[in-house]
Design a protein around this ligand. Structure first.
Ligand SMILES: C[S@@+](CC[C@H](N)C(=O)[O-])C[C@H]1O[C@@H](n2cnc3c(N)ncnc32)[C@H](O)[C@@H]1O
Length: 245
């Protein structure tokens, strides 16, 4: 039995990282979409929370000072970059430290998102930007994760995804919501075989064979095979918020 999602991710981090290295550009659109409405600024100080092994790094301009923070220490051990291991509701930074915080697909296992939002508010400068994204409650990605992955990952998967309540909680924590939208950010692969390997490794599908994975991608998410590769449907809810002054 596992006590917490952090314990689960300690088991899952290695295969997650293998997926992210084998198809290192598959989620480009998902990462690039995070900063679409608020482009990177010269020399800004940015935190990516939770960062995994720092996968956002390749999509930022060099002169940005990007910190990677994750609660699971395995990512720090796997990464060639510095990943700070810390509880996400109590991070080792002073108040008003960052110009921007980015959080991609990482909050759906937080039992207390308010604790995380309060901590983001504390470490952000007044007026600082919070680019927050995750799976939307009731979406096809919710079905894929909480039904298919839940059945075929031996540790299960029950995410608490973004709802109207999450957006209210963010506003009540001291953020102005600038925009909030469900955005299509398809994943790209060279072949169906690569897609299946990526999904199997990223989501730890130890109980599923390749045919089962391909069928469920097709039936729940959808994908297209084109001459230049394979496009898998994926979408997240992206919220841009600004810390109230
Ligand atoms: C789906 S990954 C997202 C990582 C990265 N942002 C990305 O897009 O690849 C979820 C992350 O949440 C971290 N995490 C583990 N336990 C957690 C917890 N209890 N609460 C919040 N995050 C946790 C994991 O270590 C993992 O890096």
């Amino acid at each position: 039995m596992f006590d917490s999602y952090n314990d689960i991710f300690t088991q899952r981090a290695k295969t997650y990282d293998t997926a992210m290295h084998c198809c290192s550009d598959a989620r480009r659109a998902e990462f690039e979409c995070a900063t679409k409405n608020f482009p990177w600024k010269h020399r800004e100080i940015v935190a990516d929370i939770p960062s995994g092994a720092g996968y956002l790094s390749k999509y930022r301009p060099r002169e940005v000072d990007l910190y990677h923070i994750d609660s699971c220490d395995t990512f720090n051990q796997l990464s060639e970059q510095k990943v700070i291991t810390s509880p996400l509701e109590d991070m080792p930074f002073p108040d008003n430290h960052f110009d921007r915080v980015i959080s991609i697909a990482g909050s759906h296992h937080m039992e207390d998102k308010n604790g995380f939002f309060c901590e983001v508010k504390r470490v952000l400068k007044p007026g600082g930007v919070f680019n927050y994204s995750d799976v939307m409650q009731g979406s096809k990605e919710d079905t894929f994760l909480n039904q298919f992955v839940d059945s075929y990952n031996s540790m299960g998967h029950q995410g608490i995804f973004i709802s109207k309540g999450t957006i209210s909680d963010l506003a009540n924590t001291g953020f102005d919501i600038v925009q909030a939208d469900y955005q299509r950010v398809c994943w790209q692969f060279n072949s169906e075989q690569d897609m299946v390997f990526f999904v199997k490794s990223l989501f730890g599908l130890d109980l599923a064979d390749d045919d089962t994975i391909l069928t469920n991608i097709k039936d729940i998410l959808g994908y297209q095979v084109q001459s230049q590769g394979v496009t898998m449907e994926w979408a997240l809810y992206y919220i841009d918020a600004q810390s109230k002054v």
